[in-house]
Design a binder for this molecule. Structure first.
Ligand code: ATP
Ligand code: MG
Ligand code: MG
Ligand code: MG
Length: 488
């Protein structure tokens, strides 16, 4: 079943629902909603936040959407796990003070298990494991009632997995997940009654999380961390917020190994195979690179489509890093010519079936992406030799650490962002004195600030990104990541 059909079935299931009532289908919001805590929309509920927070009255009691999401903190997992993209689509259903736990559980279970011929996804019940928050007896009983599964089949997990909050006082609540057991080839056997409170890392690829149901019921007065908060009472109106990973269900239903192999992503890998002459599936290291290419080409295209342009701060920096990582991965696969003009149109043709603006706006999108590749090729040309020389020097002196000084001069003179130096160093078996690099950057920033002050008198830079940068230092990527809060 192709991804478009899975998406269609999801929306239809909720739009025409007669158990709890029809859900209003709401189109995806832009990735760039104005939210001081988020660089990008990272969950389906983000556009509905004002309703959940009681700041606005929802125009409908129930809604369903397929929301474009970007999660930059997942970038290191891309291609290595089977299930993390920097861009993905989150299907969701939402209740604003309308139906609650029982309705949400019933609807999710129905869609997942209903036979293919009847419009569902037909996933085998024997492979499905619901999970609840360990203290949520109500949810446990409802899962038993709705699914007829014995209690032993229902996992009880702790706050880390199964309690949701926004990290600040306000709404919070327990979650339930639906996990799919991919079988012993993907992880060790397990005893469902003895799992938890955290999901063991060794099982994350085997017990694939496909759907998260958040039961917003508590009013939190203090949130010190994900696992340390005070519940002040119950919310006057209880809400449902769910998120289902479209690509994850797609790779299960398409009999693929991971999300990068689904119908809307794999053609990019095939094109990259053609260009590089290497075969996907032949070498683990190469496979990761192929998947990074497929993911990053798609996510950077979707970001440009929503108006991001490459730059040195915040959103622009994320885009720059994605484009550059895609290009570098192609180089590591042995392809040195401009790659984006070959790859981006493939991704456009697939994603453009749903996101038709990709076609309408193609000239601009292509121009932005290709210009960044050109600039990066020049940077690489200038800096790679310097880097290689430095790496050789370090090694021949018997050391394994590239000095902060070197990293700084690569940054300052050749425009090598620190993350590129870090990646290249790690490929060369070296580490980088990041602390040293950071203090040199801080010194430089102080000098620049003093200069600016001298020029225009006292001036306070109040930009939120700047504040974070000052607090966390100049490791651009990491600094910006601290702005992202996982939303479920
Ligand atoms: P995981 O534990 O696998 O990282 P999560 O708990 O962070 O997932 P949620 O915040 O609960 O994910 O998001 C709801 C759903 O969105 C998940 O159940 C999953 O199906 C999907 N999802 C989350 N992150 C990604 C991603 N990076 N790429 C693709 N799908 C994702
Ligand atoms: Mg996650
Ligand atoms: Mg999870
Ligand atoms: Mg989750």
């Amino acid at each position: 079943m192709d991804t478009a059909e899975i998406r269609r079935r999801f929306v239809a299931h909720f739009e025409y629902n007669d158990t709890v009532g029809a859900h209003t289908p709401v189109p995806s919001a832009s990735l760039l909603l104005d939210d001081p805590n988020l660089l990008f929309v990272n969950a389906g509920m983000v556009p509905f936040k004002p309703y959940f927070l009681g700041q606005e009255t929802p125009p409908y009691p129930r809604a369903t959407s397929v929301q474009k999401c970007v999660r930059t903190p997942d970038i290191e997992d891309v291609g290595k796990t089977t299930r993390h993209g920097t861009f993905f689509e989150m299907c969701g259903n939402f209740s604003f003070g309308d139906y609650f736990k029982e309705g949400a559980i019933e609807l999710a279970w129905e869609l997942v298990t209903k036979p293919l011929a009847d419009g569902g996804w037909g996933l085998e019940e024997s492979r499905l494991y619901p999970s609840v928050y360990a203290d949520d007896r109500e949810a446990l009983d409802l899962w038993k009632k709705v699914t007829g599964l014995p209690e032993e089949r229902i996992l009880r997990l702790g706050k880390k997995e199964n309690y949701w909050s926004m990290g600040v006082p306000g709404p919070g609540g327990p979650c339930s997940e639906i996990l799919y057991d991919r079988g012993p080839a993907y992880g060790p056997d397990f005893d469902p009654t003895a799992l938890g409170p955290d999901m063991p890392v060794a099982l994350e690829d085997r017990l694939l999380e496909i759907w998260n149901l958040v039961f917003m019921q508590d009013e939190l007065s203090a949130v010190r961390s994900k696992e340390d908060f005070d519940i002040a009472g119950s919310l006057p109106k209880k809400n449902i917020d769910t998120g289902m990973g479209l690509e994850r269900v797609a790779f299960l239903l398409q009999g693929r190994e991971n999300m990068y192999e689904i119908d809307v992503m794999f053609p990019v890998i095939e094109k990259a195979e053609q260009l590089t002459g290497r075969r996907y599936g032949a070498d683990h290291g190469d496979d990761v690179r192929f998947r990074v290419v497929a993911d990053h080409v798609r996510s950077s295209m979707m970001l440009i489509a929503d108006g991001v342009t490459p730059g040195n701060e915040a959103r622009g920096y994320v885009l720059r890093r994605l484009l550059r990582r895609a290009v570098r991965s192609m180089r590591l696969l042995g392809y040195e010519d401009p790659a984006l003009p070959e790859l981006l149109p493939i991704s456009r043709d697939k994603m453009g079936e749903t996101y038709t603006d990709l076609h309408k706006d193609w000239d601009r999108i292509a121009r932005v992406a290709f210009a960044e590749e050109d600039a990066f090729r020049k940077t690489l040309q200038a800096g790679t030799q310097i880097f290689d020389l430095a790496a050789t020097e370090v090694r021949s002196s018997g050391a394994t650490v590239l000095s902060g000084d070197k990293a700084f001069s690569l940054h300052d003179t050749y425009g090598f962002p620190i993350d590129l130096t870090l990646e290249m160093a790690s490929e060369a078996g070296l580490t980088v004195d990041e602390q040293g690099f950071r203090s040199l950057m801080a010194e430089q920033r102080e000098r620049a600030k003093a200069d600016a002050r001298a020029k225009r008198g006292q001036h306070a830079d109040t930009g939120v990104y700047r504040a974070v940068l000052d607090e966390y230092g100049p490791t651009e990527w990491l600094a910006y990541e601290t702005l992202e809060t996982e939303s479920k």
